[in-house]
Design a protein around this ligand. Structure first.
Ligand code: KIV
Length: 273
């Protein structure tokens, strides 16, 4: 008897086939519990290296390690059943050589059982993307603003807002598609550029601060839930969970201090003998 699951998860080819079709819905998640909620409504769950900011309080994603990504990727796989889970390759785990990238990506796939990896960079990473995809590793690209390059960029500024600055980003989009990526995140670019990139490449674009014309959209879950103190301009807050969480914590602290909690219903009586 087969022990394989009867539930079929979405795959990278399923997402690739959505070019020009119904919008692809993607959110980040880093835990089993939030993954099970996101899984009900989203096509793709991204275990983003933004977990460095959200979970660990780092100012940038640069300090995030492969071990952190694998640990949270595994948790998200356990919490979800239907969505394609994509795990970010963290800074320093893939840039040195295509062999280094293969070794890191293979660890991510083997140790988390996720369906794809994401890495930042266009033209400069094309050879690596081709190397990985030719060896069985589905790759989602990431162009436009690439947060792992913060130390060379200097700031998290939107890209392509001056006429004449579009060419390198268009070249990045083409390079990622030609290298065999199944889709590409386009982050923080001028809206007409996000639209144009979507028109000129044959793979789905997933926008974040890009354009409504992209083939899909992604946001960081904690940003859209209203839990991040200073989210970027492109974030729409679909919830304001911060005050609700604070009220619950305040209520708990007050009841512990006044001995109102635990009540009789929260403690164990003796068994009748
Ligand atoms: O790490 C992340 O959450 C991301 C998204 C912003 C696309 O890469």
């Amino acid at each position: 008897m087969s022990v394989q699951s009867t539930i079929r998860r979405k795959t990278a080819p399923d997402i690739r086939a959505r070019k020009g079709g119904d919008p692809i819905v993607m959110l980040t998640s880093y835990h089993a519990h939030t993954a099970s909620l996101v899984d009900r409504y989203c096509d793709v769950i991204l275990v983003g290296d933004s977990l460095g900011n959200v979970m660990h309080g780092f100012e940038t994603t640069v300090p995030v390690t492969l071990e952190m990504m694998i640990l949270q990727g595994h948790a998200v796989m356990r919490g979800s059943q239907h969505a394609l889970v994509v795990v970010d390759m963290p800074f320093g785990s893939y840039e040195a050589s295509k062999e280094q990238a293969f070794h890191s990506a293979a660890r991510i796939l083997k140790e988390t059982h996720c369906g794809a990896v994401k890495l930042e960079g266009g033209v400069r990473m094309a050879e690596t993307i081709a190397f990985l995809t030719q060896r069985g590793i589905p790759v989602m690209g990431h162009i436009g603003l690439t947060p792992q390059s913060i130390n060379t960029l200097g700031s998290f500024r939107a890209q392509g807002r001056e006429e004449g600055s579009w060419e390198p980003i268009e070249a990045d989009a083409r390079a990622v598609a030609e290298a065999g990526a199944f889709s590409v995140v386009v982050e923080a670019v001028a809206e007409p550029l996000g639209r144009k990139v979507t028109e000129i490449i044959p793979i789905p674009t997933i926008g974040i601060g890009a354009s409504a014309a992209c083939d899909g959209q992604v946001l960081v879950l904690e940003d859209m839930l209203g839990l991040s103190p200073k989210p970027p301009k492109f974030v729409k807050r679909y919830g304001e969970l911060g005050p609700g969480i604070e009220a619950a914590i305040k209520g708990y602290a007050e009841e512990v201090r006044s001995r109102a909690f635990p009540g009789p219903e929260h403690v164990y009586g003796m068994k009748k003998s």
